[in-house]
Ligand binder design. Structure first.
Ligand SMILES: C[S@@+](CC[C@H](N)C(=O)[O-])C[C@H]1O[C@@H](n2cnc3c(N)ncnc32)[C@H](O)[C@@H]1O
Length: 247
């Protein structure tokens, strides 16, 4: 059974594509005539020219909206496609879940005729700039240390490429890890935490002391005083990175 058969049960509820991030992904994909989405989940950010989605979890495939590209149940490490199958291959917020990163990236390169696009995060920046993991939930940061993929390593495996910072809007629609950087109360909602693997996999027992402190600080206004400068910002660079590699 795929991990996301459990983890992804309510994914479509809190993880909808954010239009501003979608525009960045679409620009990175460029003029590709056909696109393969690997680790596709429920289909967020798939451009119209997506011809196939690859996803190991049936539960995630089951939440793909009607009319989305066909999905095949498979893993990145063994893509059921011929060499040079599509112009572009994209893998969004997924590489940290793969059992064999090098094999998976090798497969993306084998299948992409022209371009590979990966959305991931830089754990050093994330740890330093994201108040939730830095000041409240060090257990979640430690969990991410064990699985985050250094962007340099990814670029190496991709045979070179450029990275672009993806700033997170203050009202980000897609409820990923740092989406609620200006909405601290959101992290107190178990439905929100269920859609964030860093928190769901660390587990509520380990997070309880930090969450209690956060609840207290939000209730008393301490959070708003302490992070007042954040409330003036429209978007924040917390480490999300788009990696674009031409093949
Ligand atoms: C956080 S979700 C991201 C889904 C989607 N790309 C998005 O941006 O909403 C991570 C996805 O990676 C998938 N995944 C996990 N291991 C994988 C593997 N070895 N190969 C391909 N996908 C995998 C999970 O099943 C899950 O759907």
């Amino acid at each position: 059974m795929a991990v996301y058969d459990t983890l992804g049960a309510t994914y479509a509820r809190t993880r909808r594509p954010d239009p501003r991030i979608a525009a960045r992904i679409s620009a990175a994909i460029g003029d590709a005539a056909d696109v393969l989405n690997v680790g596709a989940g429920t289909g967020s950010y798939e451009p119209p020219q997506t011809v196939l989605a690859v996803e190991p979890s049936r539960v995630m495939i089951g939440q793909r909206p009607p009319g989305s590209a066909p999905a095949v149940q498979a893993v990145a490490e063994h893509l059921p496609l011929r060499d040079d199958a599509t112009d572009a291959v994209m893998a969004l917020l997924t590489v940290h879940h793969w059992a064999d990163l090098a094999a998976g990236i090798g497969e993306l390169r084998r299948v992409a005729r022209r371009r590979v696009v990966v959305l991931t995060w830089d754990q050093h920046v994330f740890r330093e700039r994201f108040w939730l993991v830095r000041d409240y939930l060090p257990e979640a940061a430690a969990f991410d240390d064990s699985r985050a993929v250094p962007t340099d390593r990814l670029i190496d495996l991709l045979g070179g490429g450029r990275q672009e910072a993806v700033h997170v809007p203050h009202d980000c629609v897609d409820g990923f890890g740092a989406a609620y950087w200006r909405r601290p109360h959101a992290y107190l909602d178990p439905h929100v935490r269920a859609g964030i693997s860093m928190l769901a996999q660390t587990g509520d027992a380990a997070l309880a002391p930090g969450l209690t402190r956060l609840a207290d600080d939000v209730r008393t206004g301490r959070w708003h005083t302490r992070y007042a400068e954040l409330l003036t910002l429209a978007s924040l660079d917390v480490g999300y990175r788009l990696i674009v590699a031409d093949q």
